[in-house]
Ligand binder design. Structure first.
Ligand code: WQD
Length: 351
């Protein structure tokens, strides 16, 4: 079976992608330093598939430890690189930690990819690379505005590094720009495990609804949008995960038109924060206790994807509706409540 190295595989999108890889006949190998995760999601994958994923607890900033993984696993056919810090606010507080971690780990994994002639490299990028776009419906050709945070800048720099390093030679690459990944696997056996108070919209909603967060705050309703709250392109994490399998197949068959093709992964629908809340209330039957607060510094008004290139080239089609995104997120939150052990484990991590 085709060995695929998944860095950050214990994380939210990484774990959903590992599951999809297994279901599509691949042999995923996980590497994760668990600085922002536990192995709980690998256990969830085992309960879904029966597979124990080979997992290395290694910090990719340690080159020798990273190199040893490749020596031990000859014949890796692809790398999917998720591992990175991704909290916008934290990156503003501690920019050097973000530059060091996100770029050094990327450089080390790329060094190994070239040294071991790994043919396929997929880089986990983000719509954040567009900054605050002039046109809110962005295509892959939309100009990249200045990064809105050190996190966003590490994604912009990461894309440039991957593009330059895979310009020639054996290793070719794909950049996948995720819009806003939300939801959980329909089994509710894997999902998002935010450490500490969630910064992102959907876990903040579900943790409010279940009583962990006392009241949800809408960050601003004075934006120039249809209801005053900001607009994003929410996309189910399983749709994001499956795009990685399609991207691997596309790259392995050398269908790519350049050594480093780029794809937007969004539904193409711009949804406001208040519309997300309405959808959540509808599918959960829970009235969300929220108030309107001030805008969050660094937030942009609106962005959503023109996803026609991924549809055409990768034959990718997002399947999940907004209601299904919200119901799967709620089902997962309810599961977490039942699985106190998992929560206690996370609480332990937080203190
Ligand atoms: C979405 C909307 C908030 C929380 C960032 C990164 C992106 C990706 C996802 C990593 C915004 C509003 C949120 C809350 C709110 N990160 N909101 N109350 O900022 O669009 O994207 O996270 O992969 O790269 O840039 O996502 O979920 O934080 O916010 O009103 O308690 O929800 O203002 O408009 P964002 P988000």
């Amino acid at each position: 079976m085709k060995k695929i190295l998944v860095t950050g595989g214990c994380g939210y999108i990484g774990a959903h992608t590992i599951l999809d890889l297994i279901e599509n006949g691949y042999d995923p190998i996980c590497v994760d330093n668990n600085s922002r995760s536990t192995t709980a999601l690998l256990e969830g994958i085992k309960s879904i598939t029966g597979n124990s994923v080979k997992n290395y607890k290694v910090d990719l900033c340690n080159f020798d430890d990273t190199y040893a993984i490749f020596q031990e696993n000859i014949g890796i056919e692809g790398i999917i690189h998720f591992a990175a810090y991704k909290a916008v606010g934290e990156s503003v507080e501690n920019p050097l930690m973000y530059f060091e971690n996100n770029l050094e780990s990327l450089i080390n994994i790329l060094k190994c990819a070239l040294e071991f002639n790994i043919p396929n490299f997929i880089f986990s990028s983000s719509c954040t690379v567009y900054g605050s776009p002039d046109e809110i419906l962005v295509t892959e050709k939309s100009p990249l505005k200045p990064g809105e945070s050190p996190y966003g800048i590490t994604k912009q720099m990461g894309e440039e590094i991957v593009r330059e390093v895979t310009k020639k030679g054996e290793t070719q690459s794909i950049l996948l720009r995720y819009f806003n990944p939300v939801g959980a696997h329909p089994t509710a056996l894997i999902g998002e495990l935010p450490l500490g108070k969630p910064q992102n919209l959907v876990p903040a909603i579900t943790q409010t609804a279940i009583g962990i967060i006392p009241q949800f705050m809408v960050y601003g309703d004075d934006y120039p949008t249809r209801d005053g709250s900001s607009i994003r392109d929410y996309i189910h994490v399983c749709d994001i995960a499956h795009a990685h399998i399609l991207a691997l197949e596309y790259l392995a068959k050398r269908k790519n038109t350049t050594p480093c093709d780029v794809f937007n992964l969004g539904t193409g629908n711009g949804i406001t924060v208040l519309e997300v809340i309405k959808s959540f209330e509808k599918v959960s039957g829970v009235k969300l206790d929220y108030k309107i607060g001030p805008r969050r510094p660094g937030d942009i008004v609106s962005i959503y994807a023109n996803n026609s290139l991924a549809k055409e080239k990768l034959n990718w089609e997002p399947k999940y509706s907004l209601d299904e995104m919200m119901s799967s997120a709620w089902k997962w939150e309810l599961k977490l409540k039942d699985d106190a052990a998992l929560h206690n484990n996370l609480n332990f991590q937080m203190n």
